[in-house]
Design a protein around this ligand. Structure first.
Ligand code: NAD
Length: 263
């Protein structure tokens, strides 16, 4: 009978740490601070990389806390100009296409810490000083306080707290819950906007160009968002199929009927 070698780490249901995690975050830190935003060239990427891994190595990946990420957060503070914060939910591709074209707008992933961590997975193990490349907690089946979710909750919270002026959000009008109460946007960002600084939240609700339906701004979930914001003294405005972003959708589907009219 063949015996399997004992696992070096605890086994979780989710995929493990992204291969070459440390090299990726370090490289992204240098790319961001030297090339994307050279005004942040004074940031110490070696120190930032160490603070990132220190937040989760040798710890239980299901008992992660926002405190763990505090030193990392302090090293990566960054000012986003008023009126330039762009939040999103269920529009990952489209929002970053738009932010790429509108260079003055900042999604979380256009700030240093969001840029470094976007799309990566990571976790440690209390019994080892190494990263666990085999498996990491799945946020649904293992635990919600996992090292990755706690990180995104903490950075999304700070991003919203720091916002000022008009804040924009790009929502998906082609999914069941356009404003999903379980999303990070709903749970964290909406509740951490400061009404003394943020007077208006403007939503752009985009529908899939291949099946445009009726007015998404009058959707029940959007009414719920409007109610939450009115209780928080923040004005809410909503626009369906905002034209500049519709044009981006048309780049991908130029032959679609709603893209064929001469501009
Ligand atoms: P969403 O449901 O479209 O989720 C966006 C991405 O974040 C997905 O890849 C999702 O798997 C991941 N994600 C969301 N909540 C998570 C959690 N608790 N733990 C681990 N991964 C999680 O939209 P959303 O939930 O509203 O999140 C988008 C908003 O929150 C944006 O405004 C952004 O500022 C911030 N955010 C970004 C990321 C990211 O991966 N870049 C993750 C979480 C939150």
């Amino acid at each position: 009978v063949m015996s399997r070698p004992p696992p070096q780490h605890q086994e979780w249901k989710g995929a493990g740490t992204t291969a070459h995690f440390y090299e990726i975050i370090l490289g992204r830190c240098y790319t961001y601070t030297q090339i994307v935003r050279p005004e942040l060239g004074h940031k110490d990427c070696q120190k930032i990389g160490k603070a990132f891994t220190n937040a989760f190595l040798s710890k239980d990946p299901c008992s992660s806390t926002e405190q763990d990420y505090q030193p990392l957060m302090e090293l990566t503070n960054q000012t986003v100009p008023c009126d330039k914060t762009l939040l999103w939910s269920k529009t990952n591709e489209l929002v970053h296409e738009y932010a790429w074209v509108q260079q003055e707008l900042f999604t979380l992933e256009n700030t240093l810490l969001g840029y470094m961590a976007d799309g990566l997975r990571w976790c440690g193990d209390p019994g080892s000083p190494e990263m666990n490349y085999q498996s990491c907690p799945d946020r649904r089946t293992d635990c919600s306080n996992n090292s990755v979710s706690v990180f995104w909750n903490a950075v999304s919270k700070r991003f919203a707290e720091d916002a000022c002026g008009v804040v924009h959000v790009l929502l998906n009008g082609s999914v069941h819950n356009t404003f999903d109460e379980r999303s990070t946007f709903a749970r964290v960002e909406v509740f951490n906007l400061h009404p003394e600084k943020v007077h208006t939240l403007q939503a752009w609700v985009m529908q899939d160009i291949r099946n445009i339906s009726s007015d998404s701004c009058s959707d029940a979930s959007i009414k719920n968002l409007k109610l939450i914001l009115s209780k928080r003294n923040i004005t809410f405005t909503c626009e369906n199929n905002y034209r500049p972003i519709r044009f981006l959708q048309c780049v991908k589907y130029p032959e679609h009927s709603s893209c064929r009219s001469k501009i």
